[in-house]
Ligand binder design. Structure first.
Ligand code: DGJ
Length: 734
């Protein structure tokens, strides 16, 4: 950890936002939103307000009603409540001092505001313990146009003795309403990001992960919190947060005795005490916050705009259509299998071929998931001409070429495991428990970081025609422990692993700014803004069944944009679920994200062949709208009426792509109708059905022109009543 080079005096040069009733008023603002804090020297900083901008925030005065009758306690919420004083809530900060003192009392020191560029303003509010030389900096970066505020915290040990950080959150949000509805996203392998909304009752609800890796497989660090009723699409007050951290996390929603909801989000304090030596500091990940008084649709659009610009690589570049080899070939291929796949892919108009797992390992060949991880040399038996030959072949066919790696992992059956047993995560002398027949490498160790970086470097160097890497991670942490960390610092593992991973990502991006990288961890096991910012896209799930994907993508796309959502058409019956679903339905669902295929293209024949070829052509037509447009969800698959629909609208509102799906059999007399959203009410639009299979139209007024106002108030009808009917419309301004 680096020495602190900051200057305390810096914060004494206070940049004042305003004063009210003798208090300094500090504002953190975007174009439409504002957080307001009030501060007095040597006192707590009060969290006054977070929401839509006020007409005149210069006259802000405290609400002034909060008293606690029998405790002499001012119940005004603090900006960052530490354990100590009269705090009975779960604290945002808990420290233990060298002398055994367990409590902290923070007071205001000063603040600083900096314009980082034309869109970002940074505010740092500095707090200090009343007695001990420990500073707590609460950072905000406000993204003006996207209405996003990223909050993080730095704990600085400015003394001469150690301090132990038992718990430090990234953000604390106090809310007061009549009722609170939490939307969180849970699941498991092949069923990630399943939406669950519940009304909170008094007590504490915690959403967390202790898996270390694959932390978003069963819970997500992204949430919505709706006030006074369930979250609506286009109305109602909603707060949202998404923790940019690829390690253990905890979100706590404490409904307290005052009727307030206290939201804490950050790294999971579980077995994670961090010892700060004199002059050391600990920086939390960022919590990415936003708010809307117009429902969750706006929340989603804020996150998408922000992530395309700040939390995704190449967010302004169209993504290629990919054929991935996994479900088409698994581990069973030779050169001809792959070149045949490329030949066929090219005929369909696919733009990239990705060679998945199974291409490496010689002494311990990777012919299954039981051997070879760690030995990143091309398997000479399967691929005698090497990767360069395949990459050149792809390019000659007009395809880009990508390749799969899983560099954080090692099979016990590998040269690497035999050579470096000390690099494996383990708990002293206990058995190392395999998961998918593999062990985890200890990224808290700088030598392991070098190995992972070098693996990437060497793989990419196998051919100058490699332009895409799929980075996988197929297990989580159990029997935690590190041979590298000292026995006193074993609890640093969780933090140091993620920091080690990020430092490898940083090195990779410094050397390879242009390469596309997919974020994959057994599907969507690592779907967070901390990792995503180094990647171009994510693999939302190993479940490629469109019926399940509708739900998985609905959850993922609440926060993460379509441009980054790898969605592949696979074969029927589906390999994960056995479902047999029409090719059109499979395509239409995949076309709501970054379209790809994951099957043997030679198996698509006859009518299906023509349809698939055209579908790819149609996707190219709507791709800029899907990948750069605004998402408007129309009917949620969770509404249980058996339909689901959504649309993307280009930023200039000149074009839109509409998708509707039937998820079950609807009685013969019921019919589908839908009001559109996001269009310009004053403009006329031509509505054309695309992606038509065997001449069968679902929309009878094809190519008719409608007024935008009509489309949004009256809507359109489609004949999609049977199970797995679907419809795609291109809507173009005239
Ligand atoms: C898990 C990934 O999610 C799959 O797409 C595939 O890459 C396999 N790993 C390969 O082992």
């Amino acid at each position: 950890m680096k020495r602190i080079t900051f200057c305390v005096l810096f914060f004494c040069a206070i940049s004042i936002s305003g004063f009210s009733q003798g208090k300094e008023i500090i504002k953190v603002e975007t174009n439409d939103l504002i957080m307001i804090f009030s501060a007095s020297k040597n006192e707590n900083v009060i969290f006054e307000y977070w929401g839509d901008k006020l007409n005149d925030a210069s006259v802000f005065v405290s609400k002034g009603f909060r008293s606690q009758p029998d405790s002499n306690k001012d119940s005004s919420p603090q900006i960052f409540p530490a354990y100590g004083g009269k705090l009975y809530l779960n604290p945002a900060l808990r420290l233990t001092y060298h002398d055994g003192v367990l409590t902290t009392e923070l007071e205001y020191v000063g603040m600083d505001k900096k314009t980082l560029d034309e869109n970002r303003i940074e505010t740092v509010i500095r707090l200090k313990d009343k007695i001990y030389p420990v500073f707590v900096d609460v950072h905000f970066v406000a993204y003006q146009k996207e209405n996003i505020i990223c909050q993080s915290v730095t704990v600085i040990n400015d003394g001469k003795k150690n301090v132990s950080v038992e718990n430090v959150a990234s953000s604390y949000i106090p809310l007061h309403a009549q009722s609170y509805y939490l939307t969180h996203f849970h699941g498991t392998w092949a069923a990630e990001m399943q939406l669950k909304e519940e009304k909170l009752t008094p007590g504490v609800k915690i959403i967390e992960s202790k898996k270390g890796v694959r932390t978003t497989q069963s819970e997500s660090p992204s949430f919505l919190l709706s006030l006074n009723g369930p979250a609506q699409e286009n109305s109602g007050e909603i707060y949202a947060g998404s923790l940019a951290w690829s390690g253990n996390f905890a979100l706590s929603f404490e409904f307290d005795e005052r009727g307030m909801l206290n939201i804490l989000g950050g790294m999971n304090p579980f077995a994670s005490t961090y010892h700060l030596l004199p002059k050391q500091k600990l920086q939390t990940p960022e919590m990415v916050l936003t708010y809307s008084s117009n429902g969750k649709g706006q929340i989603t659009r804020n996150y998408h705009d922000w992530s395309r610009k700040y939390a995704l690589q190449h967010g302004d570049k169209i993504r290629p259509i990919i054929l991935n080899s996994w479900e088409g070939a698994y581990f069973n291929f030779d050169e001809k299998t792959l070149t045949d796949m490329m030949d066929n892919a090219a005929k369909f108009g696919i733009e990239m071929f990705v060679l998945d797992d199974g291409w490496f390992g010689n002494k311990y060949p990777r012919n299954g998931d039981n051997a070879g991880l760690g030995d990143w040399q091309v398997n000479a038996k399967k691929l005698p001409h090497g990767i360069n030959y395949l990459a050149d072949y792809a390019v000659a066919k007009g395809l880009k070429f990508g390749i799969w790696i899983e560099p954080e992992m090692v099979n016990p059956e590998s040269d690497l495991a035999k050579k470096h047993p000390e690099w494996v995560v383990k708990s002293g002398a206990r058995d190392i428990l395999p998961m998918r027949n593999q062990w985890l490498l200890d990224l808290s160790n700088p030598l392991v970081q070098d190995f992972v970086f070098n693996t990437f470097d060497q793989v990419v160097s196998m051919s100058h025609n490699i332009s895409y890497i799929k980075w996988d991670a197929n297990r989580h942490v159990d029997n935690v422990g590190s041979d590298y960390l000292s026995k006193e610092n074993q609890t640093h593992f969780w933090y140091d692993y993620v920091k080690g991973l990020y430092s490898v990502y940083d090195r990779i991006r410094a050397k390879y700014p242009d390469i596309e990288i997919q974020l994959c961890s057994s599907g969507g096991g690592r779907l967070d803004f901390g990792a995503l910012k180094y990647h171009d896209e994510f693999w939302a799930s190993d479940n490629t069944s469109p019926l399940n994907r509708i739900f998985i993508q609905y959850g993922s796309n609440t926060f993460f944009p379509a441009i980054a959502t790898a969605a592949h058409v696979s074969t029927s019956p589906n390999h994960q679920t056995g479902q047999m679903l029409p090719l059109k339905f499979r395509f239409d669902v995949a076309m709501t994200g970054r379209l790809g295929m994951e099957l043997q293209p030679k198996d698509i024949i006859g009518d299906d062949y023509e349809f698939a070829k055209n579908a790819i052509k149609d996707y190219k037509l709507i791709r800029p709208i899907v990948q750069f447009g605004d998402l408007y969800r129309l009917i949620s698959p969770y509404d249980e009426n058996g339909w689901s629909s959504l649309m993307y609208v280009s930023k200039d509102k000149k074009q839109a792509a509409f998708f509707a799906f039937s998820l079950k059999y609807h009685d013969r007399t019921t019919f589908f109708e839908n009001k559109l959203n996001g269009l310009d009410p004053t403009k006329n639009y031509k509505v054309t059905e695309i992606n038509i299979k065997s001449g069968h139209h679902s929309f009878s007024n094809n190519e008719k022109v409608y007024n935008g106002d009509y489309l949004m108030k009256v809507g359109l009808g489609m004949n999609i009543g049977n199970p797995f009917d679907s419809s795609v419309l291109l809507i173009e301004q005239q």
